[in-house]
Design a protein around this ligand. Structure first.
Ligand code: HEC
Length: 507
């Protein structure tokens, strides 16, 4: 996540007031479009062009097992980690109800960790406010289901470069920074999880592809669901309420992957996301104005369809580019404008009833009154909307009518076959860990969760060993930053390779 202090702050009004045609729609007969008929969006994803995809038929993210491995049973009092160490690819670990205080690292492929729910009692991972992460996986074909996860400082479930994953039916409460955070993964499902009380994002899909986020219940967090620097994602049938911001699709500049596009946000309930912002000061979500239903920043081809968006006090849908998001360092390799945004039918009601001054000022430029459902600020090319007359809008008068009215022809962006694991050459280790782990909290020039890499380079110039040692057991150094979580699950060689790679960075 990033240090961009966007969204709450001042929008540059002139930047888009130029493109208006004032008042001319006042008496025009609205174009009423029926979304039950008409053309369907064809999607921005061409499977046949993806080299990772072998053609033919399955739908789940994880490979069907041809050989069924062993089942390891973990009883209350044992550790899950011991079972993971004993397990071979293809094995299943069943965890009986009980309370487990540990961090579980899974770097093997084909491991399934299934909590056994007995008469409502779950296997519970309790970080006691001391441990950083509950599950940390880098293996491929990983499944984690049915846990209750609470009181960790960092993440409930975090993935680093694991492909084909299923994170399902977990309850994650009162747990640190991210509830579920797959990073740099391809082909994954996050569904039927209940998540609340998270300081940054509940479900944070970062630098990933072909992701399905569905049927989750997310509330009382800062950000509900975030799709960041990711492509081909569907977010559907989620219940998203009482967060600061509901569903976010955006680009954080400065990360190694530069784009977010082809995101469908449909059939979600997104209501009363008015929670006071309790995010870390300086983090991107820390500056989202409370009361934002959907935020689209710099992402392309985001389709918003059939959501019920009500009671979000600042705005129902906010669309912005990077330029109008003060505090964002523009990344020359990321296109800052949200292009090809497609707003199809949504039920919007009672949004923007207590909006911020910047939005009020924008409304004045269009002589708009009432409470804003949809606000667009900054540039946005080739975007479209249907039935715009239904909403109080700012900045979409010049948008086209969409050429299609629904996304019915796209069921999923999951791949027909699980993708092969990433093969990591030993010489690439440092790079992979840096991009997969460190880049989640550090960028080259800006403040993120951790200090800028430039600063770290100045401190450790010719001393990669010093970094390797620090990250194994970090000590708190800066009063205005949180503690850095220990990276001691990485072996000595990998830590050193990562440190060297970090010191060589020039951007
Ligand atoms: C979850 C967020 C997070 C991740 C992931 C992370 N860091 Fe950090 N890092 C921090 C924070 C926060 C600090 C500041 C800690 C402080 O000053 O007390 C920090 C500080 C540092 C420092 C400064 C040490 C000093 O002496 O001032 C180094 C070096 C560092 N991180 C390296 C890394 C490397 C290498 C990785 C990847 C393996 C990494 N970090 C991953 C959050 C993170």
């Amino acid at each position: 996540m990033s240090s961009r202090k966007i969204i709450g702050a001042v929008f540059i009004i002139g930047a888009f007031a130029g493109g208006l045609y004032l008042g001319s729609s006042q008496n025009a007969v609205p174009v009423i479009t029926n979304s039950a008929s008409g053309a369907s969006y064809g999607g921005g994803y061409d499977k046949s062009a993806d080299k990772d995809v072998q053609q033919s038929g399955k739908t789940s993210a994880v490979a069907e097992r041809t050989v069924v491995g062993k089942t390891h049973i973990v009883n209350d009092g044992d550790t899950i980690m011991a079972a993971v160490q004993a397990a071979k690819p293809g094995d299943t670990i069943q965890v009986m109800p009980g309370t487990y205080h540990e961090t579980v690292y899974i770097d093997k492929d084909d491991i399934r960790i299934i909590g056994v729910i007995k008469e409502g009692k779950r296997a519970t991972l309790d970080g006691k406010g001391i441990l950083n992460d509950a599950f940390l996986y880098s293996g491929n074909n990983f499944v984690v289901e049915n846990f209750l996860i609470t009181k960790y400082k960092g993440n409930g479930v975090m993935g680093q470069a694991g492909n084909n994953f299923e994170i399902r039916n977990n309850i994650i409460v009162d747990t640190g920074v991210y509830g579920i955070f797959p990073q740099l993964g391809k082909n994954g499902i996050v569904e039927y999880n209940v998540i609340s009380g998270i300081e940054d994002a509940d479900i944070y899909v970062g630098m990933s592809d072909n992701i399905h986020v569905a049927h989750n219940d997310v509330f009382d967090n800062v950000a509900g669901i975030e799709i960041e620097n990711s492509r081909h994602a569907i977010v559907e049938n989620n219940n998203v309420y009482n967060n600061t911001g509901g569903i976010l699709a955006f680009i954080t500049p400065g990360l190694p992957i530069k784009t977010t596009y082809d995101v469908i946000i449909r059939n979600n309930f997104i209501y009363n996301n008015n929670h006071k912002n309790f995010g870390a000061p300086g983090s991107m979500v820390g500056s989202i104005p409370a009361g934002t239903g959907i935020l689209i920043m710099a992402s392309d081809d985001v389709i918003v369809e059939n959501n019920i968006i009500t009671g979000n006090k600042t705005v129902g849908i906010l669309i912005t580019d990077h330029e109008n998001a003060p505090g964002v360092t523009i990344d020359p390799e990321s296109d800052p404008s949200p292009d090809g945004i497609k707003l199809l039918n949504n039920l919007m009601h009672n949004n923007g009833y207590d909006t911020i001054d910047d939005i009020k000022a924008l409304m004045l430029t269009e002589f708009k009154q009432g409470s804003p459902d949809i606000v667009r600020v900054g540039s946005s090319r080739d975007s479209c909307i249907i039935n715009r007359h239904r909403y109080v809008t700012v900045g979409v008068n010049s948008w086209q009518e969409c050429e299609f009215t629904n996304t019915d022809s796209i069921d999923t962006y999951l791949l027909d076959e699980p993708v092969p694991p990433r093969i990591i050459d030993p010489s690439e280790r440092g790079k992979v860990v840096y991009n997969g782990v460190c880049a989640g909290c550090h960028t080259y020039t800006g403040r993120m969760i951790g200090p800028p890499i430039q600063i770290i380079q100045a401190l450790y110039m010719d001393n990669p060993q010093g970094i390797a040692d620090y990250i194994a057991s970090p000590i708190k150094k800066r009063a205005d930053y949180p503690e850095m979580p220990p990276q001691n699950y990485l072996d000595e060689k990998t830590r050193l390779a990562t440190a060297k790679y970090l010191l060589e960075r020039t951007k």
